[in-house]
Design a protein around this ligand. Sequence first.
Ligand code: RB5
Length: 149
Amino acid sequence: MRMIAIGCDHGGFILKTAVIEYLKDNNIEFKDFGTYSDESVDYAVYAELVARAVVSGECECGLLFCGTGVGISIAANKVKGIRAACCSDAFSAEMTRRHNDANILCLGGRVVTPEKAVELCKIFLNTPFSNEERHIRRITQITDLENRF
Ligand code: RB5
């Protein structure tokens, strides 16, 4: 059974709530790392919790939400092994799985509606990595880059 890590700041709380409802309705297991209200918090805290759960193998992948999806994706991408993609359209959500083997999807509560967020998470969770040689090569280059700094 797959386990999904999920987290947000106050700006993404409404999206996390909607996506959790979708996960529950579809019997998809998840760990909710907070935040648990729309009270102001700092997004890097939740990015780290979700990113750690993914790189440790505790969770297969992660879903993160903030106001724009940008801050929380920048923070998550500081964790070695994380490929967090900030998306707002279906094509990007699909291609970041197929081509980048992204392991965290980041969405913005001030950018997409809760309905769109559910649609994008559904695509992200149901799209496999292509496993094509050229994409493996490019991801390996990203990992090499990360290891040189
Ligand atoms: C918080 O106001 C906001 O800055 C945050 O949710 C996010 O949009 C940052 O990128």
